[in-house]
Design a binder for this molecule. Structure first.
Ligand code: BES
Ligand code: MN
Ligand code: ZN
Length: 491
């Protein structure tokens, strides 16, 4: 996928497809941007009244001499259109034209702009939409799906300053590439995407972008005294890994930001085994880890001048004669003891030790990303990631990064009242807090290991992948985290 920026009238270049944006009345926006012939052709078609007046809808019609096809996309009243409407419309265009046999596509950036909009952001949506649309799941098919042809998008822009446009396209490209890595890892089967495999990818990404990777194996994890993490790993024959990547490209004295991803490469529930239906989807239980690796790729591609540490505790959660049992009490790296009442609440057990490990960096902020609770899906559905934090400004930063990138996370309460649900008669705490407020009590559990710094927890159980016919990873929340990190540089 390529993006060229061009000045001048749209008809100065022939193209296989031209996209034209329409307003809420199905009229061409800024008609002066197009030549008479093309405009007359489109108006004639619109006069038939066949086109439904539906915001976000893209339709392909026969073109003329200059443009073999014309795609008409309704973006609504441009002064009132939200970023989400514009992104949805561009995605419809991308999804439509990826199926066409074309080499090049022209589109006018000017049509999508208005006084209230960030040019940078709109440009970012352009590159994200086109790269995202061409993503294919192919690695395990013997007959490969035909990869979508690389086509050139010529973006006409007649404003003075193209910097915002260029930078937006660049950021969007890096974000989409990072998200595609996240999707790839999530979509792999759990017999391939093991903790060892994740470690290999981490080393690979780190070495491509001048970052330092260190992989702790079972023995070294024992030395770190990560008793809680290891209790989950003990029921599996796959070797657990604790992955640490350091990307220190910011000012020397600046405290780092730490990202931690849950890397359960398969979650059968352990002895508290899950029911069979849809259990295959628990291969996606490493999507937190995959998000961390995808974000690593994005910030590597952009060589952001930041200090960032990436941590991934990774293992499987399986039933076995040696597996941890309900009633077992384990000692975490922090020294706090945990009574395991349900072995299926394993995410928090591996994350808590990574949170303690993060203390050594005296971090500016720590963010963990995890497919942590089914309860989060009940609370927020599949649209928003659950956002929990012990710091109000961090909450605001993540929430607004989610809104900007259209990869939303929404705040949930983390009040002290919920903590007592984790009381245990036998250890410092239990690993579950009952049915009520399941995603909150899971976050409460983590908060007990995150007292030394500003911390946020993103529960991506509802947003990391989609089920059903279109089953697949979404690459979320790579856009949100990338936006959060990009915004950090401006500060
Ligand atoms: N990985 C699951 C959470 C999950 C379940 C994500 C379904 C997406 C869809 C997690 O390890 C888990 O099993 N959580 C339990 C916690 C419970 C035992 C307190 C859950 O949500 O049922
Ligand atoms: Mn589980
Ligand atoms: Zn899990």
């Amino acid at each position: 996928m390529k993006f060229d920026i061009k000045k001048g009238p749209v008809n100065s270049k022939k193209a296989d497809v031209l996209t034209i944006a329409l307003n809420h009345r199905n009229q061409v926006i800024n008609p002066e941007l197009f030549d008479k012939d093309t405009l007359a052709h489109v108006k004639k078609f619109l006069a038939l009244g066949d086109l439904a007046n539906e915001v976000g809808k893209a339709s392909n019609i026969l073109g003329n001499e200059l443009f073999a096809r014309i795609v008409l996309v309704n973006i609504g009243d441009i002064e009132l259109a939200t970023n989400k409407q514009i992104f949805t419309a561009i995605k419809s265009v991308a999804n439509l034209i990826k199926q066409l046999n074309i080499k090049n596509h022209s589109i006018s950036f000017d049509q999508f702009l208005s006084t209230s909009k960030s040019y940078h952001q709109i440009a970012e949506y352009f590159s994200r939409a086109f790269i995202d649309a061409t993503y294919l799941i192919n690695s395990q098919k013997t007959t490969k799906k035909e990869p979508i042809k690389v086509f050139v998008n010529t973006i006409f822009y007649n404003g003075k300053d193209t910097n915002d446009l260029r930078l937006g396209l660049k950021h969007g490209t890096a974000i989409a590439n990072g998200a595609n890595l996240t999707k790839d890892l999530g979509n792999l089967p759990p017999n391939i995407c093991t903790p060892t495999y994740l470690a290999t990818i981490a080393k690979k990404v780190a070495s491509s972008y001048g970052m330092k990777a260190k992989i702790y194996d079972q023995k070294q994890i024992e030395k770190l005294k990560m008793g809680s993490f290891l209790s989950v790993a003990q029921g599996s024959r796959e070797a657990p890994k604790f992955i640490v990547v350091e990307s220190l490209k910011g000012p020397k004295n600046k405290k780092p930001i730490v990202l931690i991803g849950k890397g359960i490469t398969f979650d059968a529930g352990g002895i508290s085994i899950k029911p069979s239906p849809d259990m295959d989807e628990m291969k996606y239980d490493m999507c937190g880890a995959a998000t961390v690796l995808g974000t690593m790729k994005t910030i590597g591609e952009l060589s952001l001048p930041l200090n960032i540490i990436f941590l991934i505790p990774s293992c499987e959660n399986l039933p076995d004669g040696k597996a941890v049992k309900p009633g077992d009490i384990v000692k975490s790296m922090s020294g706090q003891t945990i009574e395991i009442l349900n072995t299926d609440a394993e995410g928090r057990l591996i994350l808590c030790d990574a949170l303690t490990y993060a203390e050594r960096y005296k971090p500016e902020a720590v963010i963990d990303i995890a497919t942590l609770t089914g309860a989060c899906v009940i609370a927020l559905g599949h649209h928003a990631t659950g956002l929990f934090s012990n710091d109000e400004s961090l909450t605001e930063e993540l929430k607004s990064a989610g809104i900007k990138s259209l990869d939303e996370a929404w705040p949930m309460p983390l009040w002290d009242e919920y903590q007592s649900q984790l009381n245990s008669n036998f250890a410092d705490m239990a690993n579950i807090g009952g049915r009520a407020a399941g995603s909150i009590t899971a976050a409460c559990f983590l908060s007990r290991f995150a007292k030394q710094y500003k911390w946020a927890h993103l529960d991506i159980a509802g947003t990391a992948w989609v089920s059903g016919k279109e089953k697949g990873g979404t690459g979320r929340p790579v856009p949100l985290l990338s936006q959060y990190l990009i915004d950090k540089i401006k500060k």
